[in-house]
Design a protein around this ligand. Structure first.
Ligand code: PGA
Length: 252
């Protein structure tokens, strides 16, 4: 199955207020014209999902994390049902910054299950902390995928996207951006892992994204030679002009 390109902007813990979030969405909306080649979504702070969705019903907003629990004594968390009820259409699950706070592979499995139950699209984030000469990082990523998707039936895999985000390439203190060749190697490996679990057809149809220091210049190279079907972009998505330049580079 041929996909159009999926681009997700991850706002992380930004902007500071609801007013600024609405202004950012408005600026992005002005700069970026809908294009049939692109599906666009914004992973925004949970506090802003409801007002963003009301003000911009045509844009797609998602959550940055989903609780592994449906309810109960889990102070500070947001359940899939809560997020879906305020308009989140998708959710990042297992982002490295949430894993760094203690989210385990077992927790991602529960979060994936609950998000799919609420009919949210799941963007499962995987990626190694470092690359070692003996290629243990491949196994590390395979385990993240196998654990998170262990309870997902084949029929639900059309609602799952995998985002490959090497931890060493993420954020302002990233060591460097991955090369398209490094990305391609991992994408092939991810599809092989998916083929073992769900068969070749599913493995070929699942979208795989790259994330980690994507900017308005390098984004296109991952799509052209990195083997991915889209991008998960952090910092650049907070700059409407740069984000629009990135999107334009893909539609040309
Ligand atoms: P970055 O973040 O583009 O700012 O490196 C990507 C991400 O963490 O999703």
């Amino acid at each position: 199955m041929e996909h159009n390109t999926l681009i997700i902007g991850n706002w992380k813990l930004q902007p500071a207020t609801e007013k600024e979030a609405l202004a950012l969405a408005s600026a992005l909306n002005k700069e970026i014209r809908p294009h049939k080649k692109i599906t666009l979504g914004y992973a925004v702070p949970a506090a802003f999902v409801s007002s963003l969705k009301k003000k911009f019903p045509k844009l797609s907003f998602g959550a940055q994390d989903v609780s592994a629990h449906e309810s109960g004594a889990h102070t500070g968390e947001h359940s899939a049902k809560m997020l879906a009820s305020v308009g989140a259409q998708f959710a990042l699950i297992g982002h490295s910054e949430t894993r760094a706070r203690g989210v385990t592979n077992d927790m991602t499995r529960e979060a994936v299950r609950l998000a799919l139950k609420e009919k949210m699209m799941v963007v499962l984030c995987v990626g190694e902390r470092e690359r070692d000469a003996s290629h243990a990082y491949l196994r590390f990523v395979a385990d993240q995928i196998k654990d998170a998707l262990a309870t997902v039936p084949k029929s639900k895999m059309s609602d799952v996207t995998i985002a490959y985000e090497p931890v060493w390439a993420i954020g302002s203190d990233a060591a460097r951006v991955a090369t398209p060749e490094e990305c391609l190697e991992m994408v092939i490996f991810i599809r092989r892992t998916l083929a073992d679990m769900f068969g070749k057809k599913v493995a070929e149809s699942v979208r795989v994204l790259y994330g980690g220091s994507v900017d308005e210049k390098n984004g296109i190279t991952f799509l052209q030679t990195g083997g991915v079907n889209g991008l998960l972009a952090g910092r650049v998505s907070l700059s409407p002009k740069k984000f629009a330049t990135l999107i334009r580079s893909i539609t040309l």
